[in-house]
Design a protein around this ligand. Structure first.
Ligand code: AGP
Length: 606
């Protein structure tokens, strides 16, 4: 949450900082600000609202070739001008931008107030500026170190000081920070998206690491100021992948990219001869794989729901007991960590703090964790014992689509490999490989029905409240459908097991409350259809996501057919129309698709 940028070099910093912030806006968008350091000291411009408002209101004279910027997702204090970053000390000699949360901010604020400091914001970040200003160390590095020494919490932080006009000092503890190396200029950002237009030669800071960035280079060191000798490396990344191109939003682009994204996650991982998957990154041999007695999947939000789909795949294909749990709850119940359980952390960003802390809790207790992660080199990927990269490409929209699809496919590969060292037959392995190979094309077939789905979505958008229902394989699909719908349409969408309706929620069914039902062709089709009749009998409008050969009889319903695959792989094809329903409902309502209210792309605070 929140985005940080920084620049030191020969160009005017402000336009570069604003461009970088635009690219990071999905990480927080309730306020933004920039500070530049020029011949007359530090100048700050910051305000509530979007980066474009900040750019429009920037003073004419805002020169400086060193600068930092921030786009905020509020934690301490409301989204107003005063709470926007950068924060400064009383004299305006120090400017600070910060991602994360300072746990002892209240105590530090009290202490500063007692010392006569006039705090002008409600934020935790402001204390850093004052602490840096109060340090008597003779270098900026020493002053930042002194400030961080009294701080408990998480941070990615960038600091400028008028007395040290050639540099920015950055530090990381729990919030990502990347240094980008240019031609006699250097960039800093919390996310690659802000850097790739300028450079692909980068260095990631580790937790506990600091760096000094000047126009001519950077040095890294620990908080005791001993060098860590970090070198930059050049990464293979296509800067165009970070643009929305001709699409009206990133979410739309990312939905439409799913056939190619699905091909990428499967590429080179299917072994047709033995009917299995090759996942070298798991770092487990066959003996270790056979010893697994349980699989526990951890993720948040949509990653948790796709984790439930993944648990189903593992149980069906490998016959290993498996379940998924919200990573945000896991460590608070003092979980029992078993040596023969395989723990799986699933995350698009690889930064979600709850998932990261769950991984750390498991590893601290000696458990083995693998990651299903999209962002290469992210904190969760680095913390795990092994894993599967999802190769979905950059996902910018807050609502996850293509990464989620690739998570499902990652689970399918994992379940196939686990299954084939146990009791899954080679014939079944080959059947599933054939199914996986068909999937990218079938994904394209579902997406081709976008116009029809847009019409159905416009109708659903009128309802204040909706149900999404499904059973067994279909239930996590319904949960994900409801999640996507509420996230961007702001309608109340509640997921239920179809079988649970008559235990309570049926009381809410009425002509004003539509139900979106997931009804695959499987062993539960008849029971599902019977439950839909009960909804129809209470005049509840129905939209049914199903397969062509499912007979709905006389049921009055809007029907959305998706192609059939192998029954175990059907959930992902059933999920796709729900993405488009959410997308077009939100578009119909005129919402900002990529930046839904109150949310941010990566949830890096607890
Ligand atoms: C998905 O549409 C949501 N924005 C959200 O639930 C997300 O999936 C969750 O925050 C987990 O993010 P991660 O995959 O980056 O860990």
């Amino acid at each position: 949450m929140c985005g940080i940028v920084g620049y030191v070099g020969g160009q005017q910093a402000a336009p570069l900082l604003l461009e970088g912030l635009t690219r990071l806006e999905h990480r927080g968008y309730d306020s933004s600000g920039v500070a530049v350091l020029g011949s007359s000291g530090i100048k700050v411009a910051k305000q509530a609202g979007r980066v474009r408002d900040l750019a429009d209101g920037l003073p004419k004279r805002f020169g400086g070739k060193v600068g930092i910027g921030h786009t905020r997702w509020a934690t301490h204090g409301p989204a107003n001008d005063a709470n926007a970053h950068p924060h400064t000390d009383a004299k305006g000699d120090v400017a600070v931008v910060h991602n994360g949360i300072i746990d002892n901010a209240a105590a530090l604020r009290r202490q500063l107030t007692d010392d006569g400091v006039d705090l002008v914001s409600d934020t935790d970040t402001e204390v850093i500026a004052h602490l840096v200003a109060h340090s008597e160390a003779d270098s900026l590095e020493g002053r930042v170190r002194d400030a961080l020494a009294v701080i408990d919490g998480t941070y990615g932080v960038a600091v400028m000081h008028a007395d040290f006009p050639d540099r920015i000092v950055v530090a990381r503890n729990g919030s990502p920070l990347i240094i980008g190396v240019g031609e006699r200029e250097m960039h800093v950002a919390s996310d690659l998206a802000a850097l790739v237009r300028y450079t692909t030669t980068i260095a990631h800071l580790d937790d506990g690491e600091m760096a000094t960035v000047t126009a001519s280079g950077f040095t890294t060191y620990k908080q005791d100021l001993s060098s860590t000798h970090k070198q930059a490396t050049t990464i293979d990344v296509d800067p165009d992948a970070y643009d929305a191109g001709d699409h009206e939003s990133y979410m739309h682009k990312e939905i439409r990219e799913q056939p190619e994204a699905a091909e990428r996650v499967l590429r080179g991982r299917l072994d047709e001869r033995f009917g299995t998957a090759h996942l070298g990154g798991l770092n487990m041999d066959a003996r270790e794989t056979r010893a697994i007695r349980r699989v526990k999947i951890l993720g948040c939000g949509s990653a948790y729901y796709v984790g439930q789909m993944g648990a189903g795949l593992v149980e069906e294909l490998a016959r290993i007991p498996a379940d998924a749990e919200a990573a945000s709850e896991f460590r608070y119940r003092n979980p029992i960590i078993e040596p023969d359980t395989l723990y799986v952390a699933v995350s698009q960003s690889g930064e979600t703090i709850d998932t990261l802390l769950a991984v750390q809790e498991i590893r601290r207790k000696g458990g083995r964790v693998i990651g299903l992660v999209n962002v290469v080199g992210s904190a969760i990927a680095r913390e795990c014992d092994g894993g599967i990269y999802l190769h979905a490409g950059p996902e910018v929209a807050v609502a996850s689509t293509k990464a989620l699809t690739n998570m499902f496919l990652g689970f399918a590969l994992l379940a196939l490999q686990l299954g084939r060292v146990r009791d899954l037959s080679v014939a079944d392995g080959k059947r599933l490989i054939a199914g996986l190979t068909r999937l990218p094309d079938q994904i394209g077939q579902v997406l081709a029905r976008e116009d029809t789905l847009a019409e159905i979505a416009a109708g659903l958008a009128e309802a204040e409240s909706l149900f999404f229902v499904g059973r067994v394989r279909g239930f996590p699909v319904a949960r994900e459908g409801a999640q996507k719908f509420k996230e961007i349409s702001y309608r109340h969408a509640e997921a239920y097991q179809t079988s649970e309706l008559k235990h309570g929620p049926l009381a809410l069914i009425s002509p004003e409350v539509p139900t979106v039902a997931v009804v695959p062709h499987d062993e539960l089709t008849d029971r599902n259809v019977a439950a839909l009749h009960e909804i129809a009998a209470r005049r509840g409008p129905l939209v049914v996501v199903t397969h062509e050969d499912v007979d709905l009889g006389e049921l009055e319903a809007v029907r959305i057919d998706v192609p059939r695959n192998e029954v175990e792989l059907d959930p992902i094809l059933l999920t796709l129309p729900l993405q488009l329903l959410a997308y077009h409902a939100a578009t119909h309502l005129g919402h900002d698709i990529d930046k839904p209210r109150n949310l941010a792309k990566s949830v890096t605070v607890e």
